[in-house]
Write a protein that binds this ligand. Structure first.
Ligand SMILES: Nc1ncnc2c1ncn2[C@@H]1O[C@H](COP(=O)(O)OP(=O)(O)OP(=O)(O)O)[C@@H](O)[C@H]1O
Ligand SMILES: [Mg+2]
Length: 156
């Protein structure tokens, strides 16, 4: 396990950070995004998808828990399980995602699905500071995410 801390002063800086992070992704990475409502988790995910040039499926009620972004070569799943319980995540379409070991998974409020995912994951805990500042507390669990954490810290 490795840990690090990064800071962003604005929404735009978080999007830039997400773009740096996106360049490190090869496929198969898992990221848990933690932190309170309005902390910037979704801003980060959209920044990653945009930097990779991925197109999202149209938003509808059923896509609020699981949204797929893709290009010809990459697949990214954005999960948001706010207020869901572990027993409620079956039959929501996660099975297909779990079968694709090359998919990138970015999960907000990930606890209900955490035990269904491989253990190697990067966790980013968004901490609200004064005004628009956010601290991003990074923790990696496994060799893939250790590399991601180290390379992200070098890139920014
Ligand atoms: N440094 C920052 N990084 C990211 N967003 C910021 C920052 N400063 C201000 N913001 C604003 O904070 C809000 C973050 O919203 P976002 O939807 O990303 O939160 P979230 O963590 O996904 O919350 P939720 O748990 O409700 O999904 C946006 O309105 C954004 O403009
Ligand atoms: Mg969100």
């Amino acid at each position: 396990m490795k840990t690090a801390e990064l800071h962003t002063q604005s929404r735009e800086q978080t999007i830039l950070l997400a773009a740096h992070f996106a360049q490190l992704l090869k496929g198969g990475e898992i990221v848990f995004l933690r932190g309170p409502i309005g902390a910037g988790k979704t801003v980060f995910v959209k920044g990653v998808a945009a930097a990779l040039g991925l197109t999202g499926s149209p938003t509808s009620a059923s896509f609020s828990l699981l949204k797929e972004y893709r290009s010809k070569t990459m697949r990214l799943f954005h999960i948001d399980l706010f207020r869901l319980e572990e027993g409620e995540v079956f039959n929501l379409g996660f099975e297909e995602m779990l079968e694709d070991e090359h998919a990138i998974i970015l999960a907000e409020w990930p606890d209900p699905i955490a035990r269904m995912l491989p253990a190697d994951r990067l966790e980013i805990n968004f901490v609200l500071e004064e005004g628009d500042e956010r601290t991003l507390e990074l923790s990696s669990f496994g060799s893939v995410s250790d590399r991601l954490l180290e390379e992200l810290c070098k890139a920014v």
